[in-house]
Design a protein around this ligand. Structure first.
Ligand SMILES: O=C([O-])CC(=O)C(=O)O
Ligand SMILES: [Mg+2]
Length: 247
């Protein structure tokens, strides 16, 4: 049951993912920026409609099919080791000429409660994923099958997604804006910073709704909470924000 049970953080996992579920990729990206960590990638998007998932990465590396007898279909090993806290991350090196995820894989993953798949490549069987309401994030779609064209290189090993290294168990946040990956060992810290950023933005949005001038409400130094690079100052007097900024 406890897929990550060898991790010292495992007791806090459900609460950790709940905290990320209340955030979005932009807030998490801003927190990663503050810590000097990679700020995420764009161009990998939901293929059948709005979707947002958070989960622990189960990684799959693919490569062009070599000689030899056919083996297990790509990503089947990952699906069989994944659970209801997993997001499957497929590294097909950004290729857009062959599918690296399909409908039967979506079915198998959905049956295990997997939260979604993020593919640095393209997928097929988009309608099947939609019928399952299974979130698939990729660079697009193509009918051409992986069979005979791709094979599994690795499962559970570090992979690259658009230049971003993803390790098994990292926290993945995928939504309509893009993909952010939080190293597992920094996940609590990043969640806390991102929650502060989201809270500040809610205050700012409330002020904009109340008619405060955008240039005053939306000040870069304020958005950064005084903690990020590039802060250029603060608005005149904002007690509510000053309080949110205190960390
Ligand atoms: O053959 C493939 O590329 C995989 C596929 O369509 C599926 O999983 O349904
Ligand atoms: Mg298919």
């Amino acid at each position: 049951m406890e897929h990550m049970s060898n991790s010292p953080l495992s007791d806090r996992c459900p609460a950790l993912l709940d905290r990320y579920a209340a955030l979005d990729s932009a807030a998490v990206s801003d927190a990663l920026d503050q810590l000097g960590l990679p700020a995420g990638v764009g161009g990998i998007r939901p293929v059948w409609g709005p979707a947002a998932v958070v989960g622990f990465a189960v990684t799959v590396g693919l490569e062009p099919r070599g000689d030899g007898p056919a083996g297990a279909h790509i990503a089947t090993t990952a699906v069989e080791t994944a659970d209801d806290r997993s997001v499957i991350v497929v590294d097909n090196q950004g290729r857009t000429d062959v599918s690296c995820w399909g409908g039967i894989l979506s079915l198998g993953a959905a049956r295990r409660g997997v939260r979604g798949v993020v593919a640095d490549g393209v997928c097929r069987d988009v309608a099947e994923a939609r019928e399952l309401a299974f979130p698939v994030f990729s660079r697009g779609a193509i009918p051409a099958t992986a069979r005979g064209r791709l094979q599994q290189r690795s499962t559970g090993e570090p992979v690259e997604v658009a230049g971003l290294t993803v390790e098994q168990g990292d926290v993945v946040v995928a939504d309509e804006t893009g993909i952010v990956v939080v190293p597992r060992g920094r996940a609590e810290e990043v969640a806390e910073i991102a929650a502060g950023i989201a809270a500040r933005e809610r205050v700012i949005a409330e002020e904009v709704r109340a008619g405060v001038a955008l240039s005053r409400a939306m000040h870069d130094g304020r958005l950064a909470g005084g903690g990020g690079g590039g802060a250029v100052g603060r608005p005149a007097a904002e007690p509510a924000v000053a309080k949110e900024s205190a960390r």
